[in-house]
Design a protein around this ligand. Structure first.
Ligand code: ADP
Length: 581
């Protein structure tokens, strides 16, 4: 029930109680007053009748009673001292003697004691309330004069009084009803306003304030509410900025973050998590098991929930080859139940590097093993007596040792070059470089080698080709490696061509040969370290399997790129693109 109704009903009950009280009080006052008035009148009439009786000595009591009865609007009864009725205005003469003795009537008793008396009682004969008044007379045969007045008019007057009073009270009630409505409305209005404002504050509406100036108590309430609203707004503001900060942090985090509630439903994920697990749609509010079916993820999640402890595990996502280090921690929630916070750190690169490092160590050991074994073997053979054999044999063995030592040197040099490039401390001395000059120099250095195999080395470099921003030494290394490969993998009498041209803001260098070519299945991998199409042939040619890896590194450090096209048996073309100076 609303406050307004309660107020209205209180007012109404109050008015009704007052109306009933008023009705009862006024009614009883008026009734008493009416009765007193009637009694006084009747007493006066009795006194008058008494005087008349005293003056009439000739008339018999019955005649006197009739005479008085015709003058007074009341029944007149004359009673002897012993209580006998000697005259009655309402009774025929012959009936008087048969009337009951009146000595014990209360009014008669009172009159006998004090000279006058009265009483009011219901008359069964007349079926109405009667008012009796009695006075004493000085004679013995008529010692009491009694007047009896039916109070019919009194009842009628009472009824009229009741009607009038009832009407007045009803009118009063209607007026108070209307006033109750108005007052309860007026009184409850500020409270309704406060309640409205409180409801709006409650749903987070900003800038809502309760108007003041509505009375002391209401003002106090309004002030308290306004202070509360200001505090809530302040808190909300802090909370919002906190949330925004948190959201920005989560958005900016490279690590995936997921938070679940006590029921296991997701309540928060960041973009990194969505990306890691490939979840494009809405996931908040859904159980984790419904969102992602990754067995390792679900297993770790269950483990954490069951144990309630921190859990760390590695999760691999096969579709994207991602390796994640997941750290699960409990999040305290309501009633001792716990949610979960999980952070997924992408360790794919670390894993890749680790694998590469392992492969690299394995490859290096493998590469070193053969020359070291050969050197050791031949050295032991020499020591075991081959030195004392023919000098030609000894020289032959030593030249084999020297060849493998050379291979070891090349390998170690290449490994060092590569590790310097990878360590990023290969500080490039970048200068605008005349590309044609560098190509000519490389051509010159490799020409002898090519000539021994009867290979023609042809370089074209138009003067219009712009300079490139490069490190002279490193660029020479790129060209030498590519030319060296071209010579190594081109059979005697082949052709090698170096061509340069400008493409937009870049300069393109092509090194093509008419050699053995590279099978298409190997094309993708030839820039990997130690990858060779034909290991035997590479070794035979003094290759380390690191040349192209070094080339690719250098080109990338210059902000360029290298591609290869090849057809097995027909030749290969390596294309290096570098930014123009
Ligand atoms: P390597 O020292 O073995 O030459 P590289 O890294 O320079 O190592 O080259 C990797 C592999 O790529 C070589 O073993 C060879 O199989 C292939 N390759 C490189 N250049 C050529 C080329 N011009 N023609 C054919 N195959 C080539």
């Amino acid at each position: 029930m609303s406050f307004r109704w309660k107020l209205f009903i209180s007012y109404l009950v109050l008015c009704m109680v007052m109306a009933v009280g008023l009705f009862t009080a006024v009614n009883s006052i008026l009734e008493t007053h009416l009765l007193d008035e009637s009694r006084e009148n009747l007493l006066h009439q009795a006194q008058l009748a008494k005087q008349l009786v005293e003056q009439q000595h000739t008339l018999k009591p019955q005649q006197l009673a009739h005479k008085l009865g015709s003058g007074i609007k009341a029944r007149v009864t004359l009673i002897a001292a012993d209580g006998r009725v000697v005259g009655d205005s309402d009774v025929r003469d012959d009936q008087v003697l048969g009337l009951e003795n009146h000595r014990n009537r209360p009014e008669v008793q009172q009159a006998l004691k004090s000279g006058s008396g009265w009483s009011m009682r219901h008359s069964d004969t007349l079926r109405t309330t009667m008012l009796y008044v009695a006075v004493t007379l000085p004679t013995n045969d008529m010692s009491i004069l009694r007047l009896a007045l039916p109070l019919e008019y009194f009842d009628t007057a009472k009824q009229t009084l009741h009607k009038l009073l009832g009407g007045a009270v009803a009118l009063l009630l209607i007026i108070s009803l209307l006033l109750s409505v108005i007052f309860s409305n007026i009184t409850s209005k500020p409270l309704r306003e406060i309640a409205d404002a409180a409801a709006r504050i409650g749903i987070g509406e900003r800038g809502v304030r309760v108007p003041t100036g509505k009375g002391e108590e209401i003002d106090y309430l309004a002030r308290v509410l306004n202070e509360m609203a200001a505090r809530i707004e302040d808190q909300m503001h802090k909370l919002t900025s906190e949330q925004q900060r948190l959201a920005a942090i989560l958005r900016g985090m490279g690590e995936g973050v997921m938070v679940t509630d006590t029921q296991g439903a997701i309540i928060l994920v960041n973009p990194a998590f969505r990306k890691q697990f490939g979840l494009p749609g809405e996931v908040e509010g859904r159980p984790l098991v419904e969102v992602c079916r990754h067995p390792d993820l679900l297993h770790a999640f269950e483990e954490q929930r069951e144990s309630g402890d921190e859990v760390t595990c590695e999760i691999t996502i096969p579709a994207t080859n991602l390796v994640l280090m997941a750290h699960w921690v409990p999040l305290s929630g309501e009633h001792g139940k716990r949610g979960t916070v999980a952070v997924f750190h992408d360790i794919s690169d670390m894993k890749r590097i680790e694998t590469m490092r392992r492969d690299f160590v394995a490859n290096v050991s493998h590469e070193l093993r053969t020359p070291v074994a050969v050197i050791k073997g031949y050295a032991e053979t020499l020591l075991d007596g081959a030195l004392d054999d023919t000098p030609e044999r000894g020289r032959h063995f030593v030249s084999i040792i020297a060849g493998h030592a050379e291979r070891l040197t090349n390998l170690i040099n290449d490994i060092l070059t590569l590790s310097k490039l990878e360590a990023r401390d290969a500080a490039l001395a970048l200068h605008p470089l005349d590309l044609c000059g560098t190509i000519r120099k490389a051509q010159m250095l490799m020409e002898d080698h090519a000539r021994t195999k009867g290979i023609r080395l042809n370089a074209t470099c138009p003067e219009s080709v712009p300079k490139v921003l490069a490190d002279q030494g490193q660029l020479e290394q790129v060209l030498l490696n590519l030319l060296d490969n071209a010579i190594k993998y081109t059979p005697d009498g082949g052709d090698i061509a170096i061509r340069t041209r400008q493409e937009n803001k870049r300069v393109v260098i092509e090194v093509s040969d008419t050699g053995i070519g590279i099978p298409s299945k190997d094309l993708k991998r030839i820039f990997e370290r130690f990858y060779r199409v034909d290991e035997g042939r590479s070794r035979e040619q003094g290759g380390t399997g690191l040349g192209l890896a070094i080339v690719k590194h250098i080109v990338q450090l210059h902000g360029g790129e290298i591609t290869v096209t090849s057809e097995a048996g027909k030749g290969s073309t390596f294309t290096v693109t570098l930014p123009a100076a």
